[in-house]
Design a protein around this ligand. Sequence first.
Ligand code: SF4
Length: 85
Amino acid sequence: MYSNQYIKIDQNACMGCGGCITACPHDALEFDAEGKSSIKLANVCDGEHECVVFCPIGALTQNKDYKQKVETIEETEKIEQIVNC
Ligand code: SF4
């Protein structure tokens, strides 16, 4: 299992199609020695999660804590917009 603060990659599930590597706008992913997706540049990944959306078999998942943090921020922003109207 490869992971950073944003995503997790399950190598056992990965079929090596390379779609997530192509989908990443930051070129943060690469194939490992076994032809499975892995995180090449954890520091350039910003959690946009195009890779997670692209993966046809769900081998990539968003980090649960990060996802909850984003949802909380988005919810807070919505509330602030309503209050400030
Ligand atoms: S899109 Fe999914 S199956 Fe394809 S290389 Fe990436 S993690 Fe593996």
